[in-house]
Design a protein around this ligand. Structure first.
Ligand code: THU
Length: 136
């Protein structure tokens, strides 16, 4: 799976976004270690805070299906579905990634020209994690 192909799947996922309040469509494509890809979109809510980001939609679908090992995620976003600039995952989504992913998990953020690449360690340094900080 190339980054370009994963970004294509994230772009396709943007079309599923439910965004009556912001008009800002986000799509994500999450690559599992076994090669399976889960797509996600943002799903907004009239009360605003229950809104679910595209990245978490993809993670929750995959985790529901039993996946626990992940390689990379691609994210595409833009007003009315047109990608203008790269969108880094929000803090809540980064913490959800931290739950299931290692430091070398890769995040591809698409922009109008191409994409930016970061690792989870770069986006969420010095993070809280069960096992390291909690005796579970
Ligand atoms: N959003 C995402 O889906 N992912 C992000 O990483 C950033 C924000 C969504 C939530 C909301 O529907 C819209 O973008 C504006 O914040």
């Amino acid at each position: 799976m190339t980054p370009e192909k994963l970004i294509e799947l994230a772009k396709e996922a943007m079309g599923h976004a439910y965004v009556p309040y912001s008009g800002f469509k986000v799509g994500a494509a999450l690559l599992c270690k076994d090669g399976t890809v889960y797509q996600g979109c943002n799903i907004e809510n009239a009360a605003y805070s229950p809104t679910n980001c595209a990245e978490r939609t993809a993670f929750f679908k995959a985790v529901y299906d039993g996946h626990r090992d992940f390689t990379a995620i691609a994210v595409c976003a833009g007003k009315d579905g047109v990608i203008t600039c790269s969108v880094p995952p929000c803090g809540v989504c980064r913490q959800v990634m931290r739950e299931f992913c290692q430091d070398d998990f890769v995040i591809y953020m698409a922009d109008a020209q191409g994409y930016e690449t970061r690792t989870l360690a770069e986006l969420l340094p010095h993070s809280f994690r069960a096992g390291e900080h909690m005796d579970v």
